[in-house]
Write a protein that binds this ligand. Structure first.
Ligand code: FA5
Length: 341
């Protein structure tokens, strides 16, 4: 019996060494020696067939070997377990010094960005930001702005008419009227918004964005208009920008003008964008016409005011060097993603 046990112990040691740090191989060794049909278990069962005087010693020796085997198996299983944890940690190691991947967070539309920046500048200058309906009536879009039904200025814009005498507003100037109807001067407001005209080419869209400014009070002058425009564009484009006013006609202002800034692409030297003139037209402006004050029942002898309007899409276009306005409405993310804020 003793020899059998010594042989079994050697075989066990060799099998355990072969199993190394492999958990399932260690388990297989356990089953081979201690399982229900295992080799040591078989010896245990054979004790009954030994002569009575040998049984006691055989039982003691078998039990001693079983304890040793148990002990070594437990140690081997622990070694295998910690080796597998080490291996997993090494495999899943995270290098915290690597640069992280920043998920793409989208970006603001260039027109939204331009609108928000201008709104911020106007707010800092004490203007409120107002809005008005995009579906307008004739009175607010035309008549109160000194364009009665037969006025030739109505031919200047191609209007989308709706049922019931309504229309899609052709400019943001009707918000001037609504503001003066609902509030007494002093008024200092801007209103950005969508406007609609029957237009479509590289520099004209059927739906585009304007921003209108209106200042009404006592002794508001043309100098205030020029000073305000100049301050706004210097803040928006930078101190080096130059601005000029040119005579222009809009029925709701008198005198009326158009205003230009020195081209931001060539800095006034002349290029394709400014058609070699060095100047870019931004919009129209002027002193509020007395007929407009009359339409909103404000005393034109007491109050004066100025207004100006601008096209946000064209300003965004110039700011970002976009050469076709239609790109702004195609919503191609490959284009829009190029303007992260
Ligand atoms: C007006 O709409 C006047 N209401 C502006 C105004 C306000 C004048 C207050 C005086 C006092 P105008 O039609 O020029 O003016 O349009 C203003 C700006 O809108 C233009 O300078 C241009 O930048 C932009 N714009 C006009 N039509 C289009 C279009 N189809 N697509 C894109 N931008 C346009």
């Amino acid at each position: 019996m003793r020899e059998t046990l010594e042989r079994l112990e050697r075989e066990f040691d060799a099998a355990l060494a072969d199993a190394g740090a492999d958990t399932s191989a260690v388990e297989a060794v356990r089953v081979r020696f201690l399982g229900r049909k295992g080799e040591l278990t078989g010896l245990m069962k054979s004790i009954g067939s030994l002569p009575a005087e040998e049984r006691k010693d055989a039982g003691r020796d078998i039990n001693a070997l079983k304890r040793r085997i148990d002990q070594r198996l437990t140690e081997a299983a622990q070694r295998a377990e910690s080796a597998s944890v080490e291996e997993q940690l090494a495999r899943e190691r995270i290098d915290v010094s690597l640069p992280s991947c920043i998920p793409w967070a989208g970006s603001l539309h260039p027109v939204t960005h331009t609108r928000r920046e201008l709104e911020r500048i106007f707010r800092e200058m004490g203007f409120s930001v107002e809005s008005g309906p995009e579906v307008e009536d004739d009175f607010h879009n035309f008549e109160a702005l000194n364009m009665p039904p037969d006025h030739p200025a109505r031919d200047d814009t191609d209007t989308f008419y709706l049922d019931g005498g309504l229309l899609l507003r052709t400019h943001t100037s009707p918000v001037q009227i609504r503001t003066m109807q609902s509030r007494k001067p002093p008024i200092k407001m801007v209103c950005p918004g969508r406007v609609y005209r029957r237009d479509l080419d590289a520099t004209h869209l059927p739906m585009f964005h304007q921003l209108e400014a209106l200042v009404v009070g006592e002794n508001v002058s043309m100098a205030d208009l020029k000073g305000t425009l100049s301050a706004v564009w210097k803040r928006f484009f930078g101190d080096e920008v130059e601005m000029r006013l040119r005579p222009g006609y809009f029925p709701f202002v008198e005198p009326g003008c158009e205003y230009d800034v020195s081209c931001r692409v060539c800095e006034g030297k002349g290029c394709r964008v400014c058609k070699n003139s060095g100047w870019i037209e931004l919009g129209g402006a002027g002193m509020v016409h007395p007929a407009v004050f009359e339409a909103v029942e404000l005393d034109a002898d007491r109050y004066s005011g100025f207004a100006f309007g601008l096209g946000l899409d064209r300003i965004a276009m110039m700011r970002h060097g976009i050469d076709d306005l239609r790109l702004l409405v195609e919503n191609d993310v490959r284009f829009l993603g190029q303007f992260p804020v």
